[in-house]
Design a protein around this ligand. Structure first.
Ligand code: GDP
Length: 479
């Protein structure tokens, strides 16, 4: 933590020369543009009779955005936001399409459905549900990495004839890691060889106990093809939403998250924004990620213009000065000057963070916390060549829990390290253990880019040894 002499004097509303004079008394020779450390700054602040208040980047931003203070007023229920996850070919796309066909205003409103990354379904009961239509859970985790908590409920699709597969387990673990409730949709029950009971049994192994087995996980049997069970699934989602008491204040300036963005040849940068609080209107000035703009038009998923969008409604926004990233926040501010100031501040901060983060993976941050004693668990991801080794490693690691630190196996599986493993490691600071397996090229590339260490082993004892070092924060980085 450092601050320039200029900035410090600005914050105290003192002249810079006064600050420099105080620094000289402390034996520090500094010019106006030089940085001093936080401790030195504290002494100067006290000497000049001011009170110390350390502010984080987040505080500065909240102040700039005018988001401080309590906005928990005028809360009214909002529709739930749902992400559908599951193994490839288990019917995610088909189920989304089938659900979309239950929309009661679809036919009458006309327009041709476009892919904008999210859409809201209007049910016959008058209720609404918003579905995110971003492929795969990689997108889900990527959003979470940017600090965006968009999804209220995960619908886990499992094909009744196939059961729990590799990506089903990945999806379960991603949902658990982000503490989002899961509803299970057992799909393809129209197939003669479907076996929903087997799926329910298999779910038990992943600590998902469905209602008919005495648990609290809602589980619905559906067929995306025959379009059966869809109303029950929708009811289950609404029930879960009720339990979550999802509410937002529609009468304030809008805050949301970017779901998707693209650069359109004719129309410029376009982002699909999910409004989370307040109401977004044409003409609003906003900041999103490091970009800013003024809303020129809002479009729904039928390509029709709308004047405004309230909580949980996804809309395409035109009028951006640049293309933001999925997961970036979207905040309406009072003036263009403010928007530019914030965008510039963020650009500057990101460059600083990029420099600071270079060469430092998230496991390293986790290790630093373990060393300080401020972390209570070491998350681990284990991939092995055979089931037996995977089990043996998991068992050995679980035996290592101490009073201070617990080893948590976030995900384990048989097979190569894949991208999903890396994104999970990235968002949790987990240690990635590859036992007699390699990483696939995409995973290797992602790991390289994101500075995630993949640790390769062929002897269980060595895994145990390294985890022991990691638990006290003493694991050396891979060379
Ligand atoms: P995704 O990869 O999870 O998005 O799966 P898709 O929606 O693409 O479906 C994969 C295949 O399963 C397609 O051939 C679908 O027609 C088929 N399918 C999806 N749902 C059902 C279902 O309820 N019953 C049957 N019999 N087939 C289905």
């Amino acid at each position: 933590e450092t601050i320039t002499v200029q900035e410090l004097s600005n914050r105290m509303a003192e002249r810079a020369t006064e600050v420099i004079k105080q620094l000289m008394k402390l034996g520090v020779m500094a010019t106006i543009n030089q940085t001093i450390d936080a401790d030195t700054a504290e002494v100067v602040i006290q000497e000049l009779g001011h009170t110390i208040k350390r502010v984080t980047d987040a505080d500065v931003e909240m102040g700039m955005l005018g988001l401080e203070g309590n906005d928990e007023v005028n809360l009214i229920p909002r529709p739930p936001v749902v992400t559908i996850m599951g193994h490839v070919d288990h019917g995610k796309t088909s189920l989304l399409d089938a659900i979309r066909s239950t929309d009661v205003v679809r036919g009458e409103a006309g327009g041709i459905t476009q892919h904008i990354g999210a859409y809201q379904v209007n049910l016959a009961s008058g209720n609404k549900i918003t579905f995110l239509d971003t492929p795969g859970h990689a997108a889900f985790t990527e959003m979470r990495l940017r600090g965006a908590t968009v999804t209220d409920v995960v619908v886990l699709v499992v094909a009744a004839d196939d059961g729990i597969m590799e990506q089903t387990i990945e999806a379960i673990n991603h949902a658990k890691a982000s503490q989002v409730p899961i509803i299970v949709a057992i799909n393809k029950v129209d197939k003669p060889d479907s076996n929903p009971d087997r799926v329910k049994q298999e779910l038990l192994q992943h600590e998902l106990v469905v209602e008919d087995m005495g648990g609290d996980i809602l589980c619905i049997e559906v067929s995306a093809k025959a379009r059966t069970g869809l109303d029950k699934l929708e009811e289950a989602i609404l029930l879960q939403a009720e339990l979550l008491e999802l509410k937002a204040n529609p009468d304030r300036s809008a805050i949301g998250t970017v779901i998707e963005s693209k650069l359109d040849k004719g129309r410029g940068s376009i982002a699909t924004v999910l409004v989370q609080k307040g109401t977004l209107k044409v003409g609003d000035i906003f900041v999103t990620g490091n970009e800013s703009g003024r809303v020129r038009a809002l479009m729904n998923e039928r390509g029709q213009q709308v004047d405004s969008a309230g909580p949980s409604l996804p809309v395409e926004v035109l009028g951006l000065n640049g293309t933001p990233n999925a997961g970036d926040d979207f905040v309406v501010v009072e003036s263009e000057a403010k928007a530019r100031e914030i965008a510039a501040y963020r650009g500057h901060r990101d460059r600083e963070l990029a420099v600071a983060a270079a060469g430092r993976g998230s496991l390293e941050q986790m290790l630093a916390k373990l060393k300080e004693g401020t972390a209570e668990e070491l998350p681990v991801i284990v991939k092995a060549d055979v089931h037996g080794s995977m089990e043996a490693i998991s068992t050995s690691l679980q035996k290592m829990n101490t009073e201070e630190v617990k080893v948590t196996i976030l995900h384990s599986g048989v097979g190569a390290i894949n991208e999903s493993d890396i994104t999970l490691a990235q968002s949790t600071g987990a240690m990635v253990v590859a036992f007699n397996v390699r990483a696939n090229p995409q995973a290797r590339e992602l790991a390289r880019r994101e500075n995630i260490d993949i640790r390769y082993y062929s002897i269980i004892y060595n895994v145990v040894d390294d985890v022991k070092s990691a638990m006290s924060g003493l694991l050396e980085p891979e060379q």
